[in-house]
Write a protein of this length. Structure first.
Length: 295
């Protein structure tokens, strides 16, 4: 099993949940690093993954999706300098704990996870995707797991439709129809979760919906005639959105599978870093337990 961790989810969660007063000896906030280090250490201790990688978002302004649609994620406030600094430190945590980590200025963490998952499956290695971003459910095959580690709930392939409304391979079409205000993806105005799920249940894919547009008014859901008209008016937006919601599973990435094997923590690096950041004895003891398990 290969564990693929969506770093941003857990870094942002720590940023908002761990008091900002947690600081290093120079007074710089390290709350997000502390929360992320706790999360990753607990995952390593409880799950004992043989293979693991952490994917980072390194740029939200110049990726290939911004070339397709410059307004993509343009509604988001820039991360404060105090948080940007901590993202780099979280990568340092991964290295000290013996975990492979990857980032790209052109591709997002989702694309890194998609590419690694595709390669792992080709080698006969199932994956556990550790996130709570529903976009990543589109990657699941019948042997994979989607783990919302915040709620500590795990979903298999067969659970996704019940939880989110569509099977994994239709998730990108589902999101394209609905749009996504968080990522500034336009979608089709007036098409919500239930309507999108109904359309895909009948016509399977986004192209299938448009190939059967004349039949949409005959479907038995509220305002079907209005939805058909709206779909016709916003066809370009729907297909543009589909380019944004799909995950690139073939990005260029130098990450051979043997590099993804979990390694013992580098205790000298852990001690130096945790001393610098002002982390306490319990964090160091946990790293030593991890190292002893690998010896």
């Amino acid at each position: 099993m290969l564990y693929l961790v969506d770093a941003s989810v857990f870094i942002f969660r720590a940023w908002f949940s761990v008091p900002v007063e947690v600081a290093d000896r120079d007074g710089n906030p390290v709350n997000a690093v502390l929360g992320f280090a706790r999360f990753l250490s607990e995952l390593l201790e409880k799950e004992s993954p043989r293979h693991i990688a952490v994917a980072f978002d390194e740029s939200l302004e110049q990726g290939y999706r911004n070339e397709i649609y410059p307004a993509y994620k343009a509604n988001r406030e820039p991360a404060p300098a105090e948080l940007k600094r901590q993202f780099a430190l979280c990568q340092e945590v991964c290295a000290a704990l013996g975990v492979a980590r990857y980032g790209s200025s052109r591709y997002e963490a989702d694309d890194i996870i998609g590419t690694l998952a595709t390669r792992a499956r080709a080698a006969g290695l199932p994956v556990t995707i550790v996130s709570r971003d529903k976009d990543l459910t589109q990657l699941l095959s019948s042997v994979d797991i989607y783990w919302d580690a915040v709620a500590d709930v795990r979903y298999g392939y067969g659970d996704i439709a019940e939880r989110f409304g569509v099977v994994p391979e239709r998730m990108a079409d589902f999101l394209a129809l609905m749009g996504d205000a968080v990522d500034n993806i336009p979608g089709v105005p007036g098409v919500g979760r239930k309507t999108a799920a109904t359309l895909l249940k009948h016509y399977d894919t986004l192209p299938g919906v448009y190939e059967n547009l004349a039949a949409v008014p005959k479907l038995k859901f509220r305002n079907a005639t209005f939805v058909a008209q709206t779909l016709a008016e916003h066809r370009e937006s729907a297909f543009l959105s589909r380019q944004l919601t799909g995950i690139a599973c073939d990005m260029p990435l130098d990450a051979p599978l043997d590099e993804l094997q979990s390694r013992a923590p580098d205790l000298s690096a852990v001690d130096e870093m945790y001393e610098r950041l002002g982390f306490g004895r319990l964090m160091r003891e946990q790293a030593r337990r991890l190292a002893a398990r690998r010896s």
